[in-house]
Design a protein around this ligand. Structure first.
Ligand SMILES: *[C@@H]1O[C@H](CO)[C@@H](O)[C@H](O)[C@H]1NC(C)=O
Ligand SMILES: *[C@@H]1O[C@H](CO)[C@@H](O)[C@H](O)[C@H]1NC(C)=O
Ligand SMILES: *[C@@H]1O[C@H](CO)[C@@H](O)[C@H](O)[C@H]1NC(C)=O
Ligand SMILES: *[C@@H]1O[C@H](CO)[C@@H](O)[C@H](O)[C@H]1NC(C)=O
Ligand SMILES: *[C@@H]1O[C@H](CO)[C@@H](O)[C@H](O)[C@H]1NC(C)=O
Ligand SMILES: *[C@@H]1O[C@H](CO)[C@@H](O)[C@H](O)[C@H]1NC(C)=O
Ligand SMILES: CC(=O)N[C@H]1CO[C@H](CO)[C@@H](O)[C@@H]1O
Length: 576
């Protein structure tokens, strides 16, 4: 017994499919319908969130023996940050989740003030391990190791901390307040493990490099993997290879000519990345363009998205990104609604063909949640027009649309290449008439359009190039005063012969995740409408430019809710 077949059936029954052993069935019943009950209009249906309390960074995501694991920074006691433990959930498809007991709790001198972010590494012989930051009894940040208690338990429910903890401590020039968030480790051709830890030394953001033969005894490298004189503290660094030519993802230990490496760091409330060449012999990393070096900063997401982490999914040979999506309401609202924080839709990451940036796309599995569909083709949107897309649940939908563009000659001129796209989006908002654009979608909109979130494009002509501006305008997303309604924006370079541009938007009650131009620019927003909730939410396409644009095709689907259910402590074998 205990073989994989047994466990597949066993866990299947836990998923509630056989209707047995699922902890809180009233919760599931609710999730199967829609979460838009009166008191909880903002809970999401197909994004990951625990039933209650505070959640922040995704931690240690991994695929192990047929099961996806997601850990996350979690406060077991309240909807505010504090008492941080590692929440743990498992899934077969990255959409439906079983909530397990906490994997790591603050119980030891080296993590008593919190078990903070970290990553999983799968060691040879299929042995997963976790490196995480502990806030110790002196409130110093240190790096610790935890391993599964029983490798035969397919859910890896129990984790034990190493007797050798802490493994890395803030000695020498390292400030004990700025030493955290170890990455997934990788092995060089010399079989030595490397890991980087986020830091700030003399005010400069830094990825400190450590090496180890045995994963226990770690030695700091004299040189960091990378640092920047133009940023402060780097939180949650991530470092991984991507294939230059193919679409397959790579595990973190792949190096060589056919790869580019991505270094991501979280600072200034955003996740910035750079792409370059990594040389494992010398552990040098040479980026094509460095952080803050040009006016065009690469970010995973130009909206609300932070402290992300990727992992390599060996079953589908892809690299997947998760990010923490913060609330944009007040702390009081969080306490009243009893929860705070979402995880983004997991996104597959690819290198763009030009090698200069990443492309992100919601994982294929989400398409299984699609239900009723409406479809339009070759619909002309004359300047100043709005039309309603009816027949889908507008508060819980997936929309894919492609627009045929008019001739660019008429495009508005943009003075400077140093314009901040976010600023441009708030000045040239969805209500401001333009030439080519604004055109796009109005989501979570009230029938009379007094409340709406607008996701739109606008085409500009620069001195030597054309750009599409992608905006997510939250300025009229809610009548509620206390909500942060900052508008977000991103530029996408387009060539003058470009005929069309696409937008995909995932709408889930209080989150709007948009992927512009096949995933070249992503913007996530949190919105909390007062009128446009549940059945009262509407979906529109619009064009406030003077030039007509044509919707080549638009498909919208209602989305089924995911099952996110707790597991009971007492376990019983399945009835087969
Ligand atoms: C380890 O897990 C397997 C599968 O759940 C179980 O059969 C076995 O008894 C466990 N071993 C221990 C020492 O708990
Ligand atoms: C730890 O590794 C370093 C470098 O490899 C070595 O010099 C040192 O002796 C090791 N310490 C222990 C306790 O194994
Ligand atoms: C990573 O991928 C390479 C190339 O496919 C393979 O040789 C290596 O065994 C993999 N390593 C791990 C830890 O999976
Ligand atoms: C939209 O832009 C116009 C013109 O710049 C401005 O007058 C208006 O206040 C803006 N609306 C919002 C809600 O920011
Ligand atoms: C609102 O959100 C933006 C973007 O996330 C942030 O820069 C700004 O500081 C926030 N404003 C307030 C008042 O919190
Ligand atoms: C977009 O335009 C390209 C040519 O520029 C064409 O190959 C493609 O089929 C078009 N896509 C759609 C959805 O119309
Ligand atoms: C239940 C529990 O342990 N709560 C603790 C959370 O953290 C605060 C201070 O950080 C403690 O005062 C609580 O006792």
């Amino acid at each position: 017994m205990g073989g994989p077949v047994f466990w597949v059936i066993f866990i299947y029954s836990f998923m509630g499919v056989h209707g047995v052993e699922v902890g809180d069935s009233s919760h599931i019943q609710k999730k199967l319908q829609s979460p838009s009950e009166e008191q909880q209009p903002y809970r999401t249906a197909y994004h990951f969130q625990p039933p209650k309390n505070w959640m922040n960074d995704p931690n240690g995501p991994m695929y192990y023996k047929g099961i996806y694991h997601l850990f996350y920074q979690y406060n077991p006691y309240a909807a505010v940050w504090g008492n941080i433990s590692w929440g743990h959930s498992v899934s077969y498809d990255l959409i439906n989740w079983i909530l397990l007991e906490y994997a790591i709790n603050p119980t030891d001198p080296y993590d008593i003030n919190g078990c903070w972010s970290g990553s999983a590494t799968i060691l040879p012989g299929e042995k997963p391990v976790i490196l995480y930051t502990g806030d110790d009894f002196k409130k110093h940040q240190v790096q610790n190791l935890a391993v599964p208690k029983n490798l035969s338990d397919p859910l890896l429910i129990e984790w034990v901390k190493s007797d050798h903890n802490p493994l890395m401590t803030p000695v020498g020039d390292i400030d004990p307040n700025f030493f955290r968030d170890p990455t997934t480790a990788w092995q060089g051709p010399d079989r030595i493990w490397r890991v980087v830890v986020g830091s700030q030394i003399d005010g400069h953001g830094m990825a400190l490099l450590y090496r180890s033969k045995d994963f226990i005894n770690w030695t700091r490298s004299q040189d960091p993997l990378h640092f920047s004189l133009k940023t402060g503290m780097w939180e949650c660094p991530d470092f991984y290879p991507l294939d230059i030519k193919g679409e397959n993802g790579l595990n973190s230990s792949v190096q060589g000519r056919a790869t580019k490496h991505v270094l991501k760091a979280s600072f200034n409330d955003h996740d910035y990345y750079i792409i370059g060449d990594y040389e494992p012999q010398t552990d040098s990393f040479e980026p094509q363009t460095d952080f803050m070096d040009s006016s065009f900063q690469l970010r995973y997401d130009y909206g609300n998205f932070y402290a992300s982490k990727t992992f390599y999914d060996s079953s589908k040979k892809r690299r997947i990104l998760w990010g923490w999506i913060l609330e944009a309401d007040s702390k009081t609202d969080d306490i009243n609604k009893k929860w705070s924080g979402l995880q983004s839709m997991p996104r597959r990451i690819l290198l763009d063909k030009n090698g200069k940036q990443l492309i992100q796309w919601p994982i294929k599995e989400i398409e299984k949640q699609r239900a009723e569909r409406v479809n339009y083709q070759n619909k002309e949107l004359k300047g100043g027009s709005v039309f309603e897309i009816e027949g889908v649940m507008a508060a819980q939908a997936d929309v894919e649309v492609s627009f045929d563009l008019p001739n660019f000659e008429e495009a508005e001129f943009m003075e400077s290449q140093f314009v901040d796209p976010q600023l441009l989006c708030s000045q040239k908002n969805a209500s401001t008439r333009g030439v080519i654009g604004p055109f796009g979608l109005l989501v979570l909109a009230s029938k009379d359009l007094t409340e709406r979130t607008a996701i739109f494009f606008k085409i500009f002509k620069g001195h030597d190039k054309y750009v599409a501006l992608l905006c997510s305008d939250q300025s009229r997303s809610s009548f509620r005063e206390e909500i942060n309604k900052t508008t977000f924006g991103a530029f996408i370079e387009i060539d003058p012969h470009r005929e069309n541009i696409s937008l995909r938007t995932l709408i889930d009650h209080s989150i709007v995740e948009s992927f512009g131009d096949e995933g070249r620019a992503c913007i996530t927003a949190r919105v909390y409408p007062e009128l446009a909730i549940g059945e009262e939410a509407h979906l529109y396409a619009f064009n406030y430019g003077s030039q007509s644009v044509t919707i080549t095709s638009l498909s919208a689907w209602s989305m089924k809710a995911a099952q996110i259910a707790p597991i009971q402590k007492r376990r019983r074998p399945p009835v087969t």
